[in-house]
Design a protein around this ligand. Structure first.
Ligand code: OAD
Length: 241
């Protein structure tokens, strides 16, 4: 496969747009495809407000287990390369659909989380949104006694406006967009990379498999995240090992 030459000094604003495939390299399952979470679990029973209202304990059992698995995962080389680039280059944005916090764990300074985070919960209290890494979590808030819910964008939830707006701005202003490890089927997140294409940015997709949105990218690197980033920017990868 021909690896394009993308000299970092040619680009002032890089956006990394990431999905579950990035964390698959750290042992976390993706959502779709063989072994994907949604081939094992029906979202209507585990990942929507209706399921939570019906049976919050069942939904928390599922999320406690996910928090346990994500809590044991370590960021991979690709996470570290992205974090290093953000630390070294002002104007580098990370827009993720992932809820596992691995970008931050790798040292990323700012991450736009489109789908929330398993490490935040919220309840009815006025200051009810809080970071929480307890395992297992105290499921009912001691102050308001309501069930806390994960601060995640579940199926059927509206997107959180702040991250969506921040992501759209960063992507519309970038000159290089690197999409990594997403199937591109969950909207509105999947529509965001088009903004970069419309404004003339170079758009690169990193995914071992073809996706429904592959045609939107000038370059498709059919390889895993760490291998692809190491091929594009070997010096940065070397320093991130
Ligand atoms: P998916 O599970 O839909 O897609 C993961 C993609 O990663 C697939 O296209 C794989 O081919 C690719 N992949 C696998 N291994 C890879 C590797 N080593 N390097 C690069 N790519 C690899 O995950 P998302 O697109 O992230 O919502 O899913 C979008 C949303 O759907 C998620 O945010 C989640 C889910 O419902 C929430 O968690 C709220």
């Amino acid at each position: 496969m021909t690896i394009p030459v993308l000299p970092l000094d040619r680009y002032e604003r890089i956006v990394f747009f990431t999905g579950a495939g990035l964390s698959a390299e750290c042992g976390l399952p993706t959502y779709r495809g063989a072994g994907g979470i949604w081939s094992e679990y029906n979202y209507e029973d585990f990942a929507c407000q209706r399921a939570f209202d019906r049976d919050p304990e069942k939904v928390w059992d599922f999320h406690d287990e996910r928090r346990r698995i994500m809590g044991e995962a370590e960021p991979g080389l690709a996470h570290r390369v992205i974090a290093r680039l953000q630390q070294e280059r002002a104007g580098t944005a990370i827009v993720t659909q992932n809820i596992d916090g691995l970008h931050q764990q790798a040292g990323a300074t700012e991450v736009i989380e489109l789908h929330g985070s398993v490490w935040r919960v919220r309840c009815r209290c006025p200051d009810g949104l809080q970071e929480n890494h307890d395992q297992p979590i105290e499921r009912q808030c001691p102050a308001c006694s309501a069930y806390r819910r994960p601060d995640i964008v579940w199926f059927e939830d509206p997107m959180q406006e702040g991250p969506l707006r921040a992501a759209a701005t960063a992507i519309a202003e970038c000159d290089l967009l690197v999409s990594i490890g997403t199937s591109g089927v969950v909207y509105p997140a999947a529509a965001l990379p088009q903004l970069a294409r419309q404004t003339g940015a170079m758009c690169v997709e990193i995914n071992p498999e073809e996706t429904e949105v592959s045609g939107q990218y000038q370059v498709n690197l059919r390889m895993g995240a760490s291998e692809a980033l190491s091929s594009l920017w070997p010096e940065v990868a070397e320093m991130s090992r």
